[in-house]
Design a protein around this ligand. Structure first.
Ligand code: IPD
Ligand code: CA
Ligand code: CA
Length: 267
């Protein structure tokens, strides 16, 4: 990333986000496959561990200390969402909690930062692979020192696509299964890896060609959306319009496949 091109205020935010993601990631690495206190939230399959809360506390307290003027929206409730503040941090302290609780090695820290309501800086850190995805609006998306670019796949039949299922899947009829079947029958392969933030980063890195999910939350997508866009990918809702601020509906792709994926979203 060419740091000299980035406005100093944004650079300061990026550096803080990088540092906090790395520190929270170190906690996750240390606690991976250890005894955890696992509790449930909105449903019997919606989990939270003390590591989610510890990571969130570390991140939120450090932002409050360094930048008391900023708004913070954090998944486990540790923030104080002041949407009117110029800078607003949107934090998923541990994206992939089900994986983490089961010792399945796919989870991350996700920190997205908006300036005046616009996605401006993003960091997603995978502590086990030590992969640091980050982006600044207008300055590209990066994995460490490597600039990211989405894949060039133009045929859905050659595409690897990911999705996810919401925690109300046991009860809700709006369960994503029809869309899953439609993409499964058309794509080369389909994955359900359990971390929305990493799924988006993998689209940016060209490891996935597309990803969609419904019923997400702002913290699942705040960082990943900017990372995809800065890697020349496309992120929309299921109708091809802007992603709703609550993250409820997201279709991300390498841009070439966008129309084909949107077509498969019709049920
Ligand atoms: C979940 C993961 C998962 C997605 C769920 C999310 P969490 O986040 O991103 O991949 O399918 O919809 O809620 O609960 O692990 O932070
Ligand atoms: Ca999440
Ligand atoms: Ca989480």
């Amino acid at each position: 990333m060419n740091r000299s091109q980035i406005e100093p205020g944004t650079l300061e935010v990026l550096d803080l986000a990088l540092d906090l993601a790395s520190r929270a990631g170190a906690i996750q690495r240390a606690r991976y496959e250890t005894d955890l206190d696992v509790r449930t939230k909105s449903a019997s399959i919606d989990l939270v561990t003390e590591v989610d809360r510890e990571c969130e506390a570390l991140i939120v307290e450090a932002i409050r200390e360094a930048r008391p003027e900023d708004g913070i929206l954090a998944e486990e409730g540790g923030g104080h969402d002041e949407s009117a503040r110029a800078w607003r941090w949107i934090i998923d302290p541990l994206d992939g909690t089900t994986n983490f609780a089961h010792g399945f090695p796919r989870f991350c820290v996700s920190i997205g930062v908006e300036f005046q309501g616009e996605r401006t800086a993003a960091v997603v850190y995978d502590p086990l692979l030590d992969e640091n995805f980050h982006a600044v609006r207008g300055a590209g998306a990066w994995l460490g020192s490597r600039q990211l670019h989405v894949s060039d796949t133009r045929d859905l039949g050659q595409a690897l696509v990911a999705t996810g299922f919401a925690y109300d899947v046991h009860e809700s009829l709006d369960d994503n299964l029809a869309r899953f079947a439609q993409v499964l029958k058309a794509a080369r392969g389909i994955r359900r890896d359990g971390s929305a933030a990493l799924d988006l980063c993998y689209v940016a890195a060209g490891r996935l060609d597309a990803y969609w999910e419904f019923k997400l939350h702002p913290w699942d997508v705040a960082a990943g959306c900017l990372i995809v866009e800065e890697a020349a990918g496309r992120v929309t809702n299921a109708a091809g319009g802007p992603v709703p601020p609550n993250g409820d509906e997201i279709v991300a792709s390498n841009a070439h496949l966008h129309a084909a994926i949107l077509d498969r979203m019709k049920t």
